[in-house]
Design a protein. Structure first.
Length: 236
C-alpha cells in the first residue's frame, strides 16, 4: 500500500499523479485494481481519496477542520485588493486556504511580499478571534492557512485508519520527505507503535533524538522514491 500525504488539493494530486498513473496502468494492460492500494491525503488531512477495486476514486472531506467560510472570503478579498500582482487564491482547496505565488513571479520578491501578507493574515485571525484555531505557514511558493490540528500527522492518522479498515498490517513503513513536516509522519507512526524508517532527501536534517531509523541517500526525491518502489515490486 502507498499513502500519498500532502498539503496539495486532491484535485491537483488526481490530475498530476493519479491520472498519469491510471493511463500508464492501462498502457501496460494491467488492472486498475492496483489503484485500490493507494490512499491520498490532501490539505494536510482535511480531504482524502480512496479507490475501489475498479479504480474508481471517492473523495471525502473533514468538515470539522474547515476554515470558516466568512474568513475564507475575507482572505479572498484581501488578495484581490492588495496582493493579486504576486499571488492568487487557490480555489481547489476545500478545508484550508492557500495563497500561491503567481507563475513567473520573482521568488525573492515573493518572499518579501509573503512577510507582509503573513502579518496581515495574523492580524485578521486575531480580529476574528481565531488565534487558537488557525495556523499560518509560509512555504517556498505559498502561504497556507489551516486549522491548528491539520498537518502531516493528521494525514498519517487517516492512512492508519484506512489500513485498519482494509485489515492490512505492514511490517515496515517507509517515509519519504525533505522537511520537518514530512518527518512528522515517521514520528506519528512511531507514536502508534509502527516500525518506520525515514528516507530524508532534503538539505539539512537537523540534530535531535529519533527513535526510528533515518536514511540520507544522495539522490533526489524522485529517483529515491522510484528506487524504493522498484525494490518492493521489480516490475513497477
Amino acid at each position: 500500500p502507498i499513502g500519498f500525504n500532502t498539503g496539495r488539493a486532491i484535485n491537483w494530486v488526481s490530475e498530476r499523479v493519479i491520472n498519469p498513473l491510471r493511463q500508464r496502468i492501462l498502457e501496460r494492460k494491467k488492472s486498475l485494481k492496483m489503484l485500490s492500494n493507494i490512499f491520498l491525503s490532501g490539505e494536510y488531512g482535511g480531504t482524502w481519496m480512496e479507490f475501489d477495486k475498479k479504480g474508481n476514486g471517492y473523495v471525502y472531506m473533514n468538515q470539522n477542520i474547515s476554515i470558516p467560510l466568512q474568513f475564507q472570503e475575507e482572505i479572498r478579498r484581501m488578495i484581490a485588493n492588495k496582493y493579486l500582482y504576486a499571488m492568487f487564491y487557490d480555489e481547489d482547496k476545500k478545508t484550508m486556504v492557500s495563497a500561491e505565488m503567481n507563475p513567473g513571479f520573482n521568488l525573492e520578491e515573493f518572499k518579501e511580499v509573503q512577510k507582509e501578507f503573513y502579518e496581515d493574515v495574523k492580524a485578521l485571525i486575531a480580529a476574528n478571534g481565531l488565534t487558537n484555531q488557525i495556523r499560518v505557514d509560509n512555504t517556498t511558493i505559498a502561504t497556507d492557512i489551516e486549522d491548528a490540528t491539520a498537518g502531516k500527522r493528521l494525514g498519517t492518522k487517516k492512512f492508519l485508519e484506512w489500513l485498519r479498515k482494509k485489515r492490512i498490517k505492514p511490517e515496515l513503513f517507509r517515509v519519504f520527505g525533505d522537511s520537518a513536516a514530512d518527518e512528522e509522519m515517521a514520528e506519528e507512526l512511531d507514536i502508534n507503535g509502527r516500525n518506520a524508517e525515514y528516507w530524508f532527501v532534503g538539505k539539512e536534517l537537523g540534530k535531535k533524538e529519533r527513535r526510528f531509523r533515518v536514511l540520507t541517500p544522495q539522490k533526489n526525491f524522485s529517483q529515491l522514491t522510484c528506487q524504493a518502489l522498484r525494490e518492493l515490486d521489480p516490475v513497477a
